[in-house]
Ligand binder design. Structure first.
Ligand code: DHB
Length: 311
């Protein structure tokens, strides 16, 4: 009787779990692996207009409580992912998938989004405003003026369902300011959070990844409290038409449960998927269902956003 089905922007998904962009989504083979697992859907590796090699290796490292990465946006270019999705939506018309993208400049972002707009793509688009790893390119979403301008320009021509991937924010005023901007636009979702940018992990006397002298985005257990805070802060502040995707520190069904309690309609798995493989979706789904059964919840709507406070 217990169901973990959900919907985003009116599209239905059999399960609320999916990969986080960057993990298991660079190639069609990897995307097929997620598609054919217990996950409800997948998101592609963030695509730029053209193929990118990314930063030099080693650039991703599993660490005791999570991961550190400085990939530098390696990807096969927009057409690779868009062509695959156009084909897939004919083969599996009853399922919906996510295309992640961002340009190396605002101009390139518009070029990419116009291509998606002009294509037959019927899925969900996630604009990544939070890549922390390209030397010399700050995270767009930490610059509120630029974020506001880009969104204003995008919604002049983009009419397909669009959401944004956000970095974590750490100040209540920043939650207020960011939400005020997002509420001006017909966004379908915000995805909280990308990695905590530019951490440093040391083994013996050395960093563990080569790019940027070891600085990289942190994922996994380290970031769950920050992720939950961001999910809930935006759940409290955004227009109800803007749904929340929760990402960060999901190792177990309990972690997914907490994201949903904070307001998430979909939950993404990154570091744990990288460590465990697509079998993680089956395990986490079963753990989540067990918790729901114990509590007498039949659907996510029974507890979504119902985080309790202490009076
Ligand atoms: C990369 C990392 C990110 O966190 C992101 O959002 C996009 C790209 C990367 O380094 O490839």
């Amino acid at each position: 009787m217990v169901s973990t089905k959900t919907q985003i922007a009116g599209f239905e998904f059999d399960n609320c779990l999916m990969n986080a962009a960057g993990v298991a989504c660079m190639t069609i083979e990897e995307l097929e692996g997620v598609k054919n697992s217990a996950a409800g859907t997948f998101v592609t590796k963030t695509a730029t207009l053209d193929f990118r090699q990314g930063n030099t290796e080693p650039r991703y490292q599993d660490i005791p409580l999570g991961s550190i990465n400085s990939m530098g946006l390696p990807n096969n270019g927009l057409d690779y992912y868009l062509d695959y999705l156009l084909d897939l939506q004919e083969k599996e018309p009853n399922r919906t998938f996510f295309l992640s993208l961002v340009g190396m400049s605002p101009e390139e972002t518009h070029t990419i989004l116009k291509k998606v707009q002009e294509s037959e793509f019927r899925g969900l688009t996630e604009l990544n405003l939070s890549c922390p790893n390209v030397p010399g390119k700050p995270q767009i979403a930490y610059d509120f003026e630029t974020t506001d301008r880009i969104l204003a320009e995008v919604f002049d021509y983009f009419t397909k369902p669009l959401g944004i991937k956000l970095p974590p924010y750490f100040d209540i005023v920043h939650f207020d300011q960011a939400a005020a901007i997002f509420n001006k636009y017909p966004l379908k979702f915000v995805n909280c959070v990308n990695s905590i940018g530019n951490g440093l992990y040391i083994e013996d006397e050395s960093v563990v990844i080569r790019p940027k002298n070891g600085f990289g985005g942190i994922g996994g257990e380290y970031i769950k409290p920050t992720a939950l805070a961001n999910v809930h802060a935006f759940y409290q502040r955004l227009n109800p038409q803007i749904q929340i995707i929760g990402t960060g520190g999901v190792l177990t069904g309990r972690d997914a449960f907490e994201h949903i309690l904070c307001g998430a309609s979909m939950v993404q798995v990154g570091t744990t998927l990288h460590k465990e493989g697509v079998g993680a979706f089956d395990r986490i789904t079963n753990e989540l269902k067990t918790i729901m059964e114990e509590k007498g919840y039949e659907s996510l709507e029974d507890f979504r956003g119902k985080l309790r406070y202490i009076d």
